[in-house]
Design a protein. Structure first.
Length: 392
């Protein structure tokens, strides 16, 4: 196990109706005026925004609103949010929505306190050193942005999607009511579950030895997510299934199941190019990319992939031919994704074969040698080969 520092300062308020307590908790952290940031009209029509506003009114906290956040959140709305936050002198950003709204809120919070262009943080020109406090009322179990140290924004003019990792990305408060995702379509629930699993798998496929404790935690969490997802897509009003997914989204991406090890994140970097170009749901893109990534890299650490197959999908271990077990695990994962309604091919996403070289070339280089990925260092040629596996 590698050395690590792990601090999750987020205060979680979990359970039925916790959105009605927003005002009390914001007052405790000293907020006097909040920017409520949300996505489409469903948050208004459902009465959720009204309940949040009522709670703020009762606590004596003023607020302004900014709607319009989209999946794969855009820099154009972040700029509007920064301008509004400065003009209204808000001292807290409150996201009401899923990962896209929360990430947009994080970027607004950072940009409000920065004299330059907030995109500097996402293209590597600068690092945030201060931010407005922010929190989230979570409506979708997926990205884990409610307590992660990451944030992803798309630059609309160039269709470039880039992430920022910083401890300043941690929410101060996260209000998590498992009843809120019950109104989502099954497809969105499935996309969320796929994203949760991918966050765990990016950490699980490691080259670090001596990490069995965290392996076992991740395996248990992945098994629980698979079971809860199968239930939730069929019965969205199942509270227990939604509660499992909502808490899993948090532990999957705040490093609870990822400390002390090399992590990969190559699949995410590849998917970012797909969702930036085609505007597909992040979870759907990961459903296509991750199995192809697994097939391409399986032989490089076959016992790790076989362990995943045995412990997560209950495949029988073939000690004479561990590659057979590893492949069965990949196939079992693909079958699970298909069972919950996820795509498995680029064609199902609407992606074009002729775009593959450009997608591979544009994928972010995360290592000094110009490669991508922590466990398996991939060249653009490797990435192109993975995308061609997915192009079936």
């Amino acid at each position: 196990m590698l050395n690590f520092t792990h601090c999750v300062p987020t205060r979680f308020v979990f359970g039925r109706g916790v959105e009605n307590e927003v005002g009390k908790y914001l007052k405790e952290v000293g907020a006097t005026k909040a920017l409520i940031h949300f996505g489409g009209g469903s948050a208004v029509r459902s009465g959720l925004i009204g309940r949040v506003e009522r709670s703020l009114d009762e606590a004596g906290i003023a607020y302004v609103e900014l709607g319009g956040a989209q999946p794969n959140p855009r820099d154009t709305l972040v700029y509007k949010g920064i301008e509004l936050a400065r003009a209204e002198k808000v001292d807290f950003i409150l996201a009401v929505g899923g990962g896209s709204v929360i990430d947009s809120s994080k970027a607004i919070a950072h940009g409000t306190c920065y004299d330059g262009d907030f995109w500097d943080f996402f293209c590597g020109k600068a690092k945030p050193v201060t931010t407005l406090p922010f929190g989230a009322v979570l409506t979708m179990s997926a990205a884990g942005s409610e307590s992660s140290n990451s944030c992803v924004i798309t630059q609309e003019s160039t269709k470039t999607k880039r992430g920022l990792r910083s401890e300043l990305n941690r929410c101060r408060l996260a209000f998590m009511d498992p009843e809120l995702p019950m109104t989502l379509p099954p497809y969105q629930i499935a996309c969320g579950a796929t994203d949760i699993l991918a966050h765990m798998m990016e950490r699980y496929f490691t080259s670090t030895d001596g990490v069995d404790l965290i392996d076992r935690m991740a395996e248990g969490a992945m098994t629980a997510v698979i079971a809860a997802a199968r239930t939730a897509v069929k019965k969205p009003d199942d509270y227990d299934a939604q509660a499992q997914l909502m808490w899993a989204s948090t532990v999957a991406h705040n490093d609870t199941v990822g400390v002390g090890r090399v992590q990969d994140w190559g699949s995410h970097q590849i998917e970012h190019e797909l969702s930036a170009l085609y505007d597909v749901a992040h979870g759907a893109g990961l459903a296509v990319v991750f199995p192809a990534w697994m097939r391409y890299h399986m032989d490089k650490d076959v016992m790790r992939f076989a362990q995943f197959a045995v412990r997560v999908y209950n495949c029988e271990m073939d000690f004479q031919h561990p590659e057979v077990t590893a492949l069965r695990g990949i196939e079992a994962h693909e079958q699970f994704l298909r069972d919950i309604g996820m795509p498995l091919t680029l064609k199902e996403l609407g992606a074009r074969t002729e775009d593959i070289p450009a997608l591979a070339a544009k994928t972010k280089k995360t290592n000094p040698d110009g490669t991508t990925g922590g466990t398996f260092h991939m060249t653009p040629q490797d990435i192109e080969a993975i995308l061609r596996i997915a192009d079936r």
